[in-house]
Write a protein that binds this ligand. Sequence first.
Ligand code: GLA
Length: 726
Amino acid sequence: MAVRVEGKVFHLETKNSMYQMKADEYGVLRHLWYGNKTGSDMDYLLDYPDVGFAGNIYDADTCRTYSLNTLPLEYGTAGVGDYRVPAVSITHMDGSNALDLRYVDYRITKGKYAIPGLPAVYAEEAEAETLEIILKDTATDIYVILKYGILEEYDVITRSVVVENRGEQAVTLQRVHSLCLDFPYGDWEWIHFHGRHAMERQPERQEVFHGIQESSSMRGMSSHQQNPAILLCEKGCTETSGFCIGAVFMYSGSFQTQVEKDQLNQTRIVMGIHPDTFSWRLEGQDSFYAPEVILSCSGTGMGQLSRQFHRIIREHVCRGNYKLTERPVLINNWEATYFDFDDEKLLNIAKEAARLGVDMMVMDDGWFGKRDDDYSGLGDWYVNEKKLRGGLVKLVEQVNALGMKFGIWFEPEMVSEDSDLYRAHPDWAIQIPGRKPMRGRSQLLLDMTREEVRDYLYQVISAVLNSANVEYVKWDMNRSISDWYSAALSADRQGEMPHRYVLGLYELLERLTHDYPNVLFEGCSGGGGRFDAGMLYYCPQIWCSDDTDAYERTKIQYGTSFFYPISAVGSHVSAVPNHQTGRMTPIETRAVTAMAGSFGYELDLNTLSQEEKDAVAEQITRFKEYGPLIHNGDYYRLSNPMKDKLAAWAFVARDQSRVLIQGMIFRTEANMLRYPLRLQGLAPEKRYRLEGTEQVYTGAALMEAGILLPRSWGDYIPVEMLFTEL
Ligand code: GLA
């Protein structure tokens, strides 16, 4: 059993971790532990100093050592004397906002809870257990249900929260965070992932200072600028040693992660929907469901933590026919043609791609309505027959005849003012009456909270999917959201719109992915602006970044690898000079970098020399051989490309019989020793042969001393070595 209750102490256990909390004599739910297994009740850690200037609850009478402000709590609330960042804040009908939650009951059920309307980790009954703890406000009929999903084998605990208004009067929810996690002790650092368009998810590691630190997005999307995932690690924690905890928010809208170190050096993390663009009127007898947070911890460093997240996301977040199978190697025409294409040009690209072994042709932006630049056409999802003479069916048939699948680009949530859709339904676009809306990439957003908008999108998208043999959809989203207002909501409900937008998006994605199970959906948002576990529930892969420069990609993919599985990372070989940086890198270097993902090409292969074409054909053959190891193997970061002289990573087979190293030496140094790259994750006693040679090494030697990388010449030198057990 993963959950055990003794008295009012709750023990949650996974293979290697332990989580404990207890309802105390006042019914306050106190957090005791999240970390490695100790085999002990951890309430001996609770200390009761004089509370000083922190107040105490009324029931504690004149006791000077009991205060909500100083004790580790399971779910901190606003307005009752805990002055740390709260997890929940509610305004009652009388305008007051105190919420004093006390323990009522608990429930344990087999399997993993689901969340209505929201993505969540799923599992078979035998794989998981659910614990629900029911708390109630002392003065009202507001109940808060804390949910815990325990996936023992995966070392994962999920958390989610339901607020139930069992009274008659409405209340307004101001903040309902999905995670609150207190640590009374520890010398912590935190890593968050910041970035920008074309440079997403750059890890930044900092000491947790006194006061509040934050990583968040108010853009209506998880964003390029911050990612809804953080790591908390003990000082000195490395890839291979030390304790760390990861938290991933399974949500694609605005989010907030706060880390606070208090007066007693205790640390609290809260994570949830961003409260500054959220409020929710909760009627009597109604419930509100907060999205899920996935938690995992490791006592053996960050590499192990990442592997735990890769497994849970790949096996229990991603869904659909493609979740565990190899993805088609694709060719995308965006960087090859941008908007300037017709059926002939596409077919030309497809023909060469087919010759070289590519599996699928993806037609990107520009195939529909009037769309020759990014000023018009979004919303008009019917084929532009001036560009595709003979229509979509003919093109798809021609591509299929080459032995290739066909995929297509959509940006469903958007509308151009210069479009038939906007002319017919200007009110469907998000804008505040009396104000000019902000444009982003010259486009407006559709109000995804409205059913008729979602129905329209379902109809036009399914009409395209039904009309021809389309086997892939790239779902793009190319601007941040502002001007929050929905004509369908009353004034007192406008604060609900940002969350309702995400719920609307998820509903549409659920309908389409359910009705088209054979279509591979790839997420995208100006590259990786909505790269989160929420989108991965619908799309098993996401275009990682609009930056296709192999050198910069090593940094972007390094940051992405802390939480997200390699199979989820859309990654393509593009032309040189690179379109984002002007950098020249060898084609083999571009290929090994793109292979650490769901692999493809994004250039006109006709423009390559014969030598390069041969290289492409050989790369595709190699990828097909390595694909299962890359996607199902265990991923190891072997360098930190943010500061080391090289980028290097490895895929180790689960049975440790094969290891593939890939990477790039950034610059060659004259007259220097070769670089010894130390491997990880091998069986020390096993003997491994370096493929293509007769050289044999023990696993121990490869891990203790490392392998000498080939002598390099020039810059951005590719590295790829395969070791096989003898
Ligand atoms: C975004 C995507 C690109 C491409 C363009 C098309 O920027 O990230 O891959 O699809 O839109 O407009």
